[in-house]
Design a protein around this ligand. Structure first.
Ligand code: NDP
Length: 330
């Protein structure tokens, strides 16, 4: 991705806003719970926020079915409905919601320059990054075939639908260990599908897995297909792939959970914004502030730990309040 060279920003009178270049107080990039909540707060604080929704308007929740753990909805709500409500609430206070994706940035000076869809330029006094994270998938065709019908990348979101049933979790890291132990509390049996003969998870998490009687680890197994008539009924695995003992194994399950990592959507900011080695944007602890004053971050792009809609929304609120205070101090 091209990163633009530092811009020469002139005085306001010398640089009129044109159709291709627009100057605003607060730009929010991303339209998940973090972005919309930031917009609600920023709009109510008169920052006249503009949101660019990104490619997936509404974010990861638009691909889930029922959301039963977002506070305030005792009967639950569907992911798309929740996001539609958040969008309407942001709009009600005057947020300018636009379809488009940030494709390049120059954060070397204020106002910050953000290019939208490679054509339009936004000059923003403050930027709230809420671009989210994308769950990694194995890349097998069956994941698409059974999307929403037994395949999930979030045990906390979807585990409840598999109570009393048998499920499999793919991965051997902390996320997989955490999700497997969470699911073990709900499900009859949890298989962990691990491609090597050891877990990557921390020793403490490994111990929790080993101490949970209804988790069975399938060492050196790799999922290659899923089967079932009206949803997932089983998984096809290769055991000890590439060795003389290689064999195909089939296991009956009702749910197939991916836990092989997430990719935070921070690439276009990486020349300016500090991230951890995985790409999660670093914040000044307890705030939404990044290493650049005036640039704030909220939601999954800065959160390797919780990744819940409600925590994303909470951090969106923090980012808008931080942006408002920053502008007030200028
Ligand atoms: P990790 O990258 O740590 O682990 C990914 C796991 O998935 C590994 O076991 C890896 O196998 C496996 N994997 C990756 N690709 C494939 C594939 N194509 N097929 C099969 N298996 C695959 O990701 P996590 O999401 O678990 O963790 C990310 C970060 O967040 C880590 O730093 C972790 O410590 C942290 N975290 C911390 C938590 C906590 O402290 N409570 C909770 C959750 C995450 P292999 O080992 O062979 O590479």
């Amino acid at each position: 991705m091209e990163i633009f060279k530092p811009l020469e920003i002139k005085g306001e009178s010398e640089k009129p806003t044109t159709e291709a270049t627009e100057k605003i107080k607060c730009l929010i990039i991303g339209s998940g719970p973090a972005g919309y909540t930031a917009a609600i707060y920023a709009a109510r604080a008169n920052l006249h926020p503009v949101i660019y929704t990104g490619m997936e308007m509404g974010g990861q929740l638009t691909t889930t079915t029922d959301v039963e753990n977002f506070p305030g909805f005792p009967e639950g709500i569907t992911g798309p409905e929740l996001m539609e409500n958040l969008r309407k609430q942001a709009e009600r206070f005057g947020t300018d919601i636009r379809i488009g994706a940030a494709t390049a940035v120059d954060f070397s000076q204020r106002p910050f320059k953000v290019i939208i869809d490679e054509t339009k330029t936004i000059l923003a006094e403050t930027v709230i990054i809420a671009t989210g994270a994308t769950a990694k998938y194995l890349g097998i065709e069956a994941e698409k075939r059974y999307a929403g019908r037994g395949v999930s990348a979030c045990a906390t979101c979807d585990g409840y639908f598999y109570r009393g049933k048998d499920v499999a979790v793919v991965g051997g890291g902390d996320t997989a260990a955490e999700e497997a132990t969470y699911l073990a509390g709900l499900c009859r049996k949890v298989y962990m599908i691990v491609r090597r003969n050891e877990l990557r998870a921390s020793k403490a998490m490994q111990q929790r897995v080993f101490n949970t009687p209804n988790i069975e680890i399938l060492w050196e197994h790799q999922a290659i297909d899923l089967y079932g008539e009206n949803g997932v009924e089983g998984v096809v695995l290769v055991k000890k792939k590439g060795t003389p003992e290689e064999e195909i194994v089939k296991i009956s399950i009702d749910g197939f959970f991916l836990a092989i990592g997430h990719k935070p959507n921070s690439e276009i900011f990486s020349n300016y914004i500090e991230t951890d080695p995985v790409g999660y944007i670093k914040t000044i602890p307890g705030t939404s502030k990044t290493n650049i004053p005036g640039i704030f971050v909220a939601g999954d792009v800065q959160d390797p730990h919780y990744r819940q809609a409600v925590t994303a929304a909470g951090s969106g609120c923090m980012a808008a309040i931080d942006a408002e205070r920053f502008l007030a101090e200028q």
